[in-house]
Design a protein around this ligand. Structure first.
Ligand SMILES: Nc1ncnc2c1ncn2[C@@H]1O[C@H](COP(=O)(O)OP(=O)(O)OP(=O)(O)O)[C@@H](O)[C@H]1O
Length: 242
């Protein structure tokens, strides 16, 4: 299967990408890519280094303009929207690079995207449930947290707004198994609450343990995709082999 757009269901998908092309300067990285993410699922996007996974996430959230194609959120065309509008529409992004303000406190990192004290209180309540250690450390500077704690703060910040679509870029990188399991539990809880999640991952076991469906990217296109099932690991390994 090379196309998981679910064309007949594009208007009922949470997120539908239709023939998206984007890139940097003269170079096209994402090449006419189509993909559908269903409401309430966890979708794992895999692929070797440099295949365009981060570029695709940046294109979805409007940090990088789509040059061709359409992006639909709940059936509405959001192709030309910038990051602020996408955030207001309920799309949260946990980026891989420079994700935290190291000199700001945990509290200030968590309140960045929020408009009111009430939203802050509600968001804190939500993320304390997933990551209780945050409750005692609100005044601590983000840069003084351990690597694993920073990753949990990145996820927590993306969850503060109760997003309807959560995009997460390689959160498991360099983490010990207990932290990965805690993040997996948080994502399962969010899914149970109706949040749709798109993760970019290199960690095969983590992706297999939480995802409902998967796709592998190769050179800016979807190379293979399917439901998570007994054959998934072997198929992914085939694609991810160096
Ligand atoms: N700002 C940029 N300017 C020019 N080229 C870029 C830029 N960012 C990424 N690229 C290039 O785009 C290609 C895809 O990069 P991208 O980060 O999207 O891949 P990826 O699949 O997320 O890789 P990884 O798993 O290593 O994070 C790479 O060849 C990369 O060098």
């Amino acid at each position: 299967m090379t196309d998981v757009l679910d064309r007949p269901a594009a208007t009922t998908a949470k997120l539908a990408l239709e023939d998206i092309t984007s890139g940097y300067g003269n170079v096209e990285i994402i090449k006419s890519l189509s993909l559908g993410v269903r409401p309430g699922e966890i979708f794992a996007l895999m692929g070797k280094n440099g295949m365009g996974k981060t570029t695709l996430l940046k294109t979805i959230v409007g940090l990088l303009p789509a040059r061709r194609g359409r992006i639909l959120l709940d059936g509405a065309d959001v192709t030309k929207k910038g990051p602020k509008t996408m955030a207001d529409a309920g799309v949260a992004y946990a980026p891989q690079e420079q994700p935290l303000f190291q000199d700001l406190s945990i509290r200030d990192n968590l309140r960045l995207a929020l408009r009111s004290d009430r939203a802050l209180a509600e968001g804190l309540e939500r993320v304390y449930g997933h990551f209780p250690f945050l409750a005692d450390r609100l005044a601590q500077k983000a840069g003084t947290l351990s690597g694993g704690e920073q990753k949990m703060l990145i996820i927590a910040r993306a969850m503060m707004t109760a997003p309807k679509l959560l995009l997460i870029d390689e959160i498991s990188e360099g983490l010990q198994p207990t932290v990965i399991e805690r993040i997996a539990a948080a994502l399962r809880d969010e899914r149970a609450n109706g949040t749709t999640v798109l993760i970019v991952e290199q960690h095969l076991a983590f992706a297999l343990s939480i995802a409902d469906r998967w796709a592998v990217m190769k050179l800016g296109q979807i190379d293979d995709a399917g439901e998570i099932g007994p054959d998934t690991e072997a198929r992914m390994l085939e694609h991810l082999r160096i």
